[in-house]
Each structure stands twice: as C-alpha cells, then as structure tokens.
Design a binder for this molecule. Structure first.
Ligand code: OOG
Ligand code: MG
Length: 269
C-alpha cells in the first residue's frame, strides 16, 4: 500500500466511523463540525444506521434501551434548529437522571434543557398506520419531564441527517413525580411554564407538539415501523420540546411547571 493510498483510506467515511466519531466527541466532551460537511453521502437512511450503530455499541457496553425520544416536533424547536422534520432517537438507562439528582454540567459539552410531555407505554405499539387515537390507547401514564440535550456539533448547528446520526442530541432526561392516566387530562391544552432561576422564560401547551403529543407518539410508531421496529411495553417516550431549550450553567435551576402534571426541577452544578 502506498502512503498516498493509506491517507486516502483515513478520509473514507462509513457508518462505523461516524458512530465512533460522535461517541468520541461525547466521551471527550469536545464539539465538532457537522459530519455532512465532510461526508456528503450521509443521507437520512444512513444517518439512522449511524444512530442504531451508536445504540448497539452502548448496549454492548452494558446500557439498556428504555425508550425513544422525538426530536423537532414543535415549531419552536424547528425554527430554532432550522430543521423542520421530526425524527426519532434512542433513550438508554444511562441518560436517566433520578428526580432530585443534580445535572453535572462539566460532564457535558454545552447542555440545554427543554420541557416535554412524557409517555410510558402499557402495551406494544407497532406501525404502520398508527393514528393518534390508537397511540393514546397504548399509553399507560403521562408525566411532565425535562430533557437535557447536548449536541455533539458546534453551536448546535446541523442538518437533519447530522442530528439523526447524533441520536438527536440526547444526553439526559428527568421525569416528574406526578403520573396521570391519559384520559384524565386534555393534553393539547396542558399548559407548561418554563422557569430559569425562578423567572418564567417561556410557556406552551401540549398542542405545540404536532397539535397533540399523541400525534408525536403515532409518528414515532410509524417511523420505527419503516425500520421493522416497534415501541415496546414499559418504554418511555419523550414527545419533543414544547418550547425552545434554555442553556444552563453550574448553579442554574430550571423548572417546568405543568397544569396537571406537577413541577419538574433540575438543579445544575
Ligand atoms: C435536537 C434534539 C431535538 C426535541 O425535543 O425537539 C429535541 C436539538 O435540538 O439539538 O430533543
Ligand atoms: Mg427533546
């Protein structure tokens, strides 16, 4: 092999290399430019293969899949991130922040926090053709939650394939302590106030997410079905940020106060 050939080899991108690069950025806490800038061939299907490769490697290292999240389901998120298509990504037990546990900011690159409506499934939900009404029948309980996102890309600048490959910026999430049955509340009208250090900085209702968070759940089931996957009983589903996410730093305290789903607070250190 000539030297020239060897150096060309290191420039070759594939699913395994993209997965390794993104996992390394997370482990080293160093952001990087979008992969599509170097690998024009990273289309959406390939990006989901990168995402799946990352979750496989996480499972091989002992993590367990606990559910899925939706990304970019609200206009607030789509406008901020300049990506207007929703996507799905994986949640593992390593991302769970127990209620009351602090968010250690230095473990992450540049975390942001966003309020979400969270479902726990009582039964398997498998597409295609899942409607919001059918999706809601599979929900056992609804919670308020906060998701901590931490894009591995500099300044959270990415295209849809980039963010899908990066497991939709997943980092941590916390679920509130108030559980409701899905038929107890009107989720489209469920209001949420987002506060930072005691000051309200944003607000939304559940309708911000695809008109109703059940639509986001149906979207997840139908999207997974295109990859011969389904939502499993007991899985957590984060339906997507209701508002734009807020940056946090050590000492910040972020709260989401829901009408019927209680308050969820995250202390950062
Ligand atoms: C992508 C993740 C989006 C949501 O709830 O919309 C997301 C990002 O904003 O970095 O988690
Ligand atoms: Mg989110």
């Amino acid at each position: 092999m000539t030297d020239q050939y060897a150096s060309q080899q290191t420039d070759v991108w594939d699913v395994a290399r993209a997965a390794a690069v993104l996992m390394d950025a997370e482990a080293q806490r160093v952001d990087r430019g979008p992969i599509t800038a170097e690998w024009a061939g990273l289309d959406l299907d390939t990006a989901y293969r990168v995402q799946d490769e990352i979750v496989c490697r996480r499972v091989e290292s002992g993590e367990h899949i606990v559910g899925v999240k939706l990304g970019l389901t609200s206009r607030a998120k789509q406008q901020r991130m300049r990506v207007d298509s929703p996507s799905t990504a994986w949640l593992t037990d390593r991302m769970v922040l127990p209620a009351g546990a602090p968010l250690v900011v230095e473990q992450l690159i540049h975390p942001r926090v966003e309020p979400e409506i969270v479902f726990v499934l009582g039964e398997r939900l498998s597409g295609p053709g899942v409607t919001a009404a059918r999706a809601m029948e599979a929900v056992s309980h609804v919670y308020g939650g906060l998701e901590v996102i931490d894009s591995r890309y500099t300044d959270f600048t990415f295209t849809l394939p980039d963010v899908v490959a990066d497991n939709a910026s997943s980092a941590r999430f916390v679920i509130g302590g108030v559980a409701r049955k899905p038929d107890e509340i009107d989720l489209a009208l469920e209001a949420c106030l987002l506060s930072v250090n005691g000051e309200v900085v944003d607000s939304a209702t559940g309708a911000a997410v695809q008109g109703h968070p059940g639509e986001a759940l149906a979207l997840a089931a139908n999207a997974l079905a295109t990859r011969q996957l389904a939502l499993e009983p007991g899985w957590v589903v984060l339906t997507g940020g209701l508002t734009d996410a807020v940056f946090v730093e050590p000492g910040s305290q972020v709260s989401a106060e829901f009408c019927h789903l209680g308050s969820v607070t995250l202390r950062c250190q």
